[in-house]
Write a protein that binds this ligand. Structure first.
Ligand code: NAD
Length: 327
């Protein structure tokens, strides 16, 4: 029996996490879940956004809402910074049979998770003018560069593309690009190139198959990974993980989708694939594989599809189809 921390989150979080728990149970994986709340409700009740007992080797988390244009600071960003989960990885892979803008997409987006424009440093320098500080340190750039190359090497990837805007942000993005470029020669088996972020999004939409692994800074990675989700047919198809040196937190790429929360129609695929990734991470690769296979089978057949993918299945019906497919 392995211990894993579970954070159901806000909005659709509890519904999709409940679905993931059923699928994990059906896979035969024996997990002792340490359930922890983190979010707006906890903040209001306890004055803390993250409970003190949060640390564990592996965590599965549902999405957590953040107020727009004011209010408390993003709990997601705080968790990532406090636990030093410096690398965010999102796997954007076409599912055969699923209708999408492009087929055969297989891109890994590695995003620096602790600084950049998510530093939280903003000031009103004069009335009507706000300055937002983008923090870029050599240490964080080297760390994410090395992580990306190590990930690529360990997973048989062949091309690394560093995405930046170093023509305009000469110092900050320049430091990122120089740091990653300096690491590249240490990985001769992986081709390296770089692309400006504006060109990168155009290239992604028109010819996504030219990409393999993308390494980039915080905000660019956030935007690029959701754009990539659009290429493969649903925001809910993309699993994600945040890695630190000895910790990993697995969560879908999407947010708490407040407009559909409580309706029982959310697509749980992202959190299910993230949870399957967690199982692999803790050494339960057989159980992980059986979940991934079931997801591919059900989505590929297209008979029971969640509503955001053009089907009519509820979260529960889709979950049952996955469990049947594992049969
Ligand atoms: P969102 O990802 O919640 O929703 C974007 C769109 O995709 C909406 O139309 C939504 O209905 C749809 N969608 C998302 N997930 C879906 C699913 N599983 N099934 C079906 N449809 C789905 O993004 P948003 O609306 O910009 O943000 C809502 C909240 O989520 C905000 O408070 C934001 O801060 C938070 N958020 C949290 C995380 C996280 O916890 N990691 C990530 C992104 C956004």
């Amino acid at each position: 029996m392995r211990k894993v921390v579970l954070v159901p989150g806000d909005g659709i979080g509890p519904e999709i996490v409940a679905s993931a728990l059923k699928v994990i149970e059906a896979s035969g994986a024996e997990i002792e879940w340490g359930r922890i709340e983190a979010g707006k409700k906890v903040l209001e009740e306890t004055g803390r956004t993250i409970p003190p007992k949060f640390f564990d080797m592996a965590m599965v988390k549902g999405p957590v809402a953040t107020p727009v244009g004011g209010g408390f600071r993003s709990i997601n960003v705080m968790i990532r910074q406090r636990l030093n989960l410096y690398a965010n990885v999102r796997l954007v892979k076409s599912v055969p049979g699923v209708k999408a803008l492009h087929e055969g997409v297989d891109i890994v987006v590695v995003r620096e998770n602790t600084e950049g424009l998510y530093s939280g440093i903003e000031r009103e320098s004069s009335i009507g003018t706000v300055e937002t500080v983008k923090v870029t340190s050599a240490e964080a750039c080297e760390r994410i560069g090395r992580f990306a190359f190590d990930y690529a090497e360990a997973h048989g990837r062949r091309l690394m593309t560093a995405v930046h805007k170093a023509n305009i942000l000469k110092k900050g993005d320049g430091l990122f690009l120089n740091s990653v470029s300096a690491i590249a020669p240490q990985y001769p088996g992986i081709k390296f190139n770089d692309m400006m972020v504006d060109n990168a999004v155009f290239q992604l939409v028109t010819n996504p198959k030219q990409f393999d692994v993308i390494v980039t800074q915080n905000l660019y990675g956030d935007i690029i990974s959701e754009l990539c989700a659009g290429l493969i047919g649903s925001l809910a198809l993309v699993p994600g993980a945040n890695f630190g040196d000895n910790l990993a937190l697995f969560e879908a790429a999407h947010g708490s989708a407040p407009l559909i929360a409580g309706k029982g129609i959310a697509n749980p695929t992202g959190v299910i694939l993230s949870a399957a990734w967690m199982l692999d991470y803790i050494g339960m690769s057989t159980e992980s594989q059986s979940i991934v296979k079931a997801v591919y089978k059900v989505l590929g057949e297209g008979k029971v599809l969640p509503q955001d993918m053009g089907g009519s299945a509820t979260t529960q019906e889709f979950t049952e189809a996955l469990i049947d497919a594992m049969g």
